[in-house]
Design a protein around this ligand. Structure first.
Ligand SMILES: *Cc1c(COP(=O)(O)O)cnc(C)c1O
Length: 464
């Protein structure tokens, strides 16, 4: 199986090349040429299996060409740094409501589930090819630390992470800036997350720079990360009756990466009745589903900073499906979006999106109220991102369909908001308890492509 670009002008690639490339050369995102599906008997055979076995099974149809025994070992290794032996445990919150805790990895957010594997896959391919890579990424807080944790100290990989200065939490910043490995470079940009993401896209768009430095990406534009995230939708589904009973997911959403993996799970044959997109006040996706109008607004800083995003990269992958997999149409739509900050889809495409997706927006007061409500009603502390999902539950009918709220971060990662809502300040787990005392190392740069390019070139030269 090959992978094609959403914009139709980049060469089709094999899995390993997509893994290394991240973004396609035409500015689009890669996805499979055809959707594979697992038949019900294959799903049934996974019931009761360990998390790693489920991940292995859902990756197999996508990781064509990756040596099979190596994949087995790398998947199994990926969970060594997780603090929970089931990786992503389910906790029951109500008669048909479960919380899936995706935050037991090294950086306390769901991104570890996929990135711990992605780092290993990348290092494995580079070693086999005798190649090197420069990983660049933009982060609204959690991707950066998860990428750094996944790539620190790996031979042949330099990692540069751009984050918006002053717009990530203390814990998030320290998780990026206190890692001592020399291949790690944390860069504070004077701008928003969308500025950081635009800089990263511009780095990739500069073909000479991209080729010279062997740029690679590990944010959710990287297909392998999406494929790895299918694992927890599958694991939750299998625990709650799939493939014979449909279920719903409520997904705190920013860049549309997490919830898009749910779409992929559904294409793979998991019976998902609905994917509820939960957004904070940065609600471009909710507005799209209401009105069919995808229009970027101003980014507002919220207590759920990893969702403070107005330009949701992975939306382009859904758009590709909604426009009938027509790369030229996606290219035109994205060019229009670049110029005017808006794009519209035809009514039948919007109808199609609404078959699976719904959305709900929650403001700041609603987020804090949801943390308080879950604490009062269930005795469980939620981080503010997960709380946006909890608040969104009111949009779902109470008809007994099993519903899974994805818990995307440990509440200890956002202690200020949790304390404001409940009076309780959740402590960091012991392995991170001294984070506040570790020395920080970061570089502050203007929101300027030339400066970022010069910095990357200089650091790479220093390291050779
Ligand atoms: C990244 C992140 C999100 C949003 O995930 P997307 O893939 O960007 O939609 C939600 N919650 C937390 C805690 C995150 O780190």
């Amino acid at each position: 199986m090959r992978y094609v670009s959403t914009r139709g002008q980049a060469p089709a690639l094999q899995f390993e090349d997509v893994l290394l490339a991240g973004l396609a050369a035409d500015g689009g995102l890669y996805l499979p040429e055809r959707w594979p599906a697992l038949p019900p008997v294959a799903w049934r055979a996974l019931v009761g299996k360990r998390f790693a076995a489920v991940m292995r099974a859902v990756l197999t149809p996508f990781a064509i060409g990756f040596p099979s025994e190596r994949l087995d070992r790398l998947v199994a290794d990926s969970f060594a740094g997780f603090a929970h032996r089931h990786v992503a445990p389910l906790r029951q919150l109500g008669p048909s409501l479960w919380l899936m805790e995706l935050f037991h990895g090294p950086t306390l957010a769901f991104k570890d589930v996929a990135l711990q594997l992605l780092g290993r896959l990348l290092a494995d391919v580079l070693t086999r090819r005798g190649a090197h890579a420069t990983v660049v990424g933009a982060t609204s807080g959690d991707t950066g630390s998860a990428a750094i944790e996944a790539l620190r100290g790996r031979d042949g990989i330099e990692v540069f992470i751009l984050y918006p200065h002053g717009r990530v939490s203390d814990v998030q910043r320290r998780q990026m800036t206190t890692v001592p490995d020399a291949n790690v470079h944390a860069i504070a940009i004077d701008g928003t997350f969308d500025d950081c993401q635009a800089l990263v896209k511009a780095l990739f768009a500069d073909a000479a720079f991209r080729a010279h430095h062997q740029l690679s990406a590990v944010n959710s534009i990287n297909w392998a990360r999406i494929a790895a995230q299918v694992s927890y939708y599958a694991a939750a589904g299998l625990a709650l009756g799939a493939p014979d009973r449909p279920l719903r997911f409520v997904v705190p959403t920013g860049n549309f990466g997490n919830v898009y993996a749910g779409y992929v799970a559904s294409r793979l044959g998991l019976p998902i009745e609905r994917l509820l997109i939960a957004t904070n006040v940065n609600d471009i996706l909710a507005r799209f589903l209401e009105r069919g109008d995808y229009r970027a607004g101003q980014v507002s800083a919220s207590t759920s900073p990893s969702m403070d995003i107005q330009v949701a990269s992975n939306f382009e992958r859904l758009l590709f499906e909604l426009l009938g997999r027509d790369g030229a149409a996606v290219r035109r739509a994205m060019q229009g979006f670049q110029q005017s900050g808006a794009l519209a889809v035809p009514p039948p495409a919007l109808q199609e999106a609404r078959h699976l997706f719904a959305a709900a927006r929650t403001d700041e007061a609603g987020t804090l109220a949801a943390i308080a409500a879950c604490w009062r009603d269930c005795g469980i502390l939620l981080d503010p991102h997960t709380a946006v999902g909890y608040a969104a539950l009111r949009r779902l009918p109470t008809d007994g369909t099993p519903t899974v709220l994805l818990a995307t971060a440990d509440p200890a990662k956002f202690p200020d908001a949790v304390e404001r809502a409940t009076g309780i300040r959740p402590p960091l787990p012991p392995r991170l308890a001294d984070l506040g005392q570790r020395p920080e190392r970061l570089h502050r740069l203007a929101n300027d492509l030339g400066q970022v390019q010069a910095f990357i070139a200089r650091q790479r030269a220093n390291r050779e």
